[in-house]
Every structure is written in structure tokens, then in C-alpha cells.
Write a protein that binds this ligand. Structure first.
Ligand SMILES: [Fe+2]
Length: 277
């Protein structure tokens, strides 16, 4: 049976930390994996994940389905995703609200969609198809971006909320991505949060970025910035207690650094409980 994600801080499981997690079984509430790293049909990585899964709830987070692409939905990718979900019985399966392929060519970047009625119809039909293939609702995540389409006829948050309302999927709200887009596109971050139905929020992501250049880059390679912690506090005030993940993907530090970041998130969740009590 899949667990539910605890209403607590979790950590993104990355290769340099797997051995430590296996040997020490640290007191982490849950882990998130990148689904594509475990698509092999067997092998040591999958066996290791199954051992970790025996002790921790797991979230599966996809980075390669290209949910919003105009290319046909990649049925082979979806088949592997469904196979992994059957094996691991994750608490949640999430994907990005983005596109990353065209004419069969894949990019490393998770690119934003045009926020139009046509794109909304398209992406909703794809979310329906994925949910049907997996036999469960998925979570979709708002992405960071460095350009916007002139064709967009609605705000990003309207598009994101409409996908959840029309498909029954839940939202993975990446608070750092909202901050990055607020800085890059002049969006009001707190108004973005205020527009989201708290009942649709199933998970939050926190990560670091690089604000040293002319635009803010979502690096996942630094501690969570003070402005993002403060936006996270506002998010928890609005949404209540939500499972919250620390994501760190480049310049990966010692596991203890991630534990400290998770402890920070945990203190904010606990402070919300104290106020709400
Ligand atoms: Fe994220």
C-alpha cells in the first residue's frame, strides 16, 4: 500500500547520499526520488531503492515526461513510470507543468508553456492520460522560467490552478520557482500564493537559486534564500501543514547540510501548528 507523505519536511534522495542513508537510516520523514533514475527493469539502483522504501515513504518526481509538449505522449516513458510506481508504491507521483521536447528531440531544460486556452486544453488532456495510465491522480509542479510567451492570455497562476481544477490533479507548489519567476517576470509572489486553492496543494518544494546575475537562475545548488523562507512561511500560513521537500541537485553538499535545511522547514511547520493550536 502506498503511504501518505507525512506533513513534515523531506529530502531529495541523491546518489552521493544513498550509502549513508542505507547504513545510518537517518531520521528523515520521507524522501523524493527522480523517477527516471530508476527506470531500469531490475539492477542494483532499484534494489537499493526498494530497501530504502521499506523504511521511508517515497515521492516519485518525474523530470522527463515532457507533459506539455506538442509531441505525442511518450508511451514507453509512461509505461516505465507506471512499472516503477507499481514496484515502489510511492505516496505521490509528480510531474512538471512544462515541455522539454519537440519533434522527438529532448532538452535538459524544463521550459514554460504559453498560458493560453489551447495549451490548457492540451496539457489537461495529457494529465488525464497520465492519470489514467497510472490509475491515480498526479501532482503537477509550477516551473521556473527565463522567458514568457507574448501569446499568453492568462497569468501563470491562473493556468496552474485551472489544470488542477479541470483534471483533479494536485499541485506541487515550488515556492522557490514562484520567487524566481516573481523576480524575473515581475509577478507578485504573494498574490500567486493567494490565488491557489489550499485544498489542491499536496506538496511544496524548496531549493536554492543564484541571484548574482541580471536574472535569477534556479540552480538547486545553494541553501534556500531568506526571501524564499519568508515566502514559504506565507505559504504555510495559507495552505496549512504541507509535506515539504528540500531539493538540491548541483554542487551537492554533505547530507548534514540537507538535514539542517529540512530542520529549518520543520521549525516553520511546527510554528504554524503552535499558532493554529
Ligand atoms: Fe521543484
Amino acid at each position: 500500500m502506498p503511504d501518505r507523505l507525512p506533513l513534515a519536511a523531506g529530502i531529495g534522495l541523491r546518489t552521493p547520499h544513498v550509502r549513508q542513508v542505507l547504513e545510518q537510516r537517518p531520521a528523515v520523514a520521507w524522501f523524493e526520488i527522480h523517477s527516471e533514475n530508476y527506470f531500469a527493469d531490475g539492477g542494483p539502483s532499484l534494489a537499493t531503492l526498494e530497501r530504502i522504501r521499506a523504511d521511508y515513504p517515497i515521492a516519485m518526481h518525474g523530470v522527463g515526461l515532457s507533459l506539455g509538449s506538442a509531441d505525442p505522449l511518450d508511451r514507453e516513458h509512461l509505461r516505465k513510470l507506471a512499472r516503477l510506481a507499481r514496484r515502489i508504491a510511492p505516496a505521490v507521483v509528480s510531474e512538471h507543468l512544462c515541455w522539454s521536447s519537440v519533434d522527438g528531440r529532448h532538452f535538459n531544460d524544463l521550459l514554460p508553456l504559453p498560458y493560453t486556452a489551447e495549451a490548457l486544453d492540451h496539457v489537461c488532456s495529457r494529465v488525464h492520460a497520465v492519470q489514467e495510465a497510472l490509475g491515480r491522480p498526479i501532482l503537477v509542479e509550477n516551473v521556473s522560467s527565463y522567458y514568457a510567451f507574448a501569446e499568453s492570455s492568462m497569468a501563470e497562476h491562473e493556468f496552474v490552478c485551472a489544470v488542477a481544477a479541470r483534471t483533479g490533479c494536485k499541485l506541487l507548489v515550488d515556492v522557490n520557482n514562484i520567487h524566481v519567476n516573481a523576480r524575473n517576470h515581475g509577478i507578485a509572489a504573494r498574490a500567486y500564493l493567494a490565488a491557489i486553492d489550499p485544498l489542491s496543494v499536496a506538496e511544496i518544494h524548496l531549493a536554492g537559486h543564484d541571484a548574482s546575475g541580471p536574472i535569477v537562475i534556479d540552480t538547486h545548488g545553494a541553501p534556500v534564500a531568506p526571501e524564499v523562507w519568508s515566502l514559504y512561511e506565507a505559504a504555510i500560513q495559507r495552505f496549512g501543514r504541507v509535506p515539504t521537500l528540500i531539493e538540491w541537485d548541483t554542487d551537492i553538499p554533505a547530507f548534514a547540510v540537507l538535514e539542517r535545511e529540512a530542520a529549518h522547514a520543520q521549525r516553520i511547520l511546527a510554528a504554524h501548528d503552535a499558532v493554529a493550536a
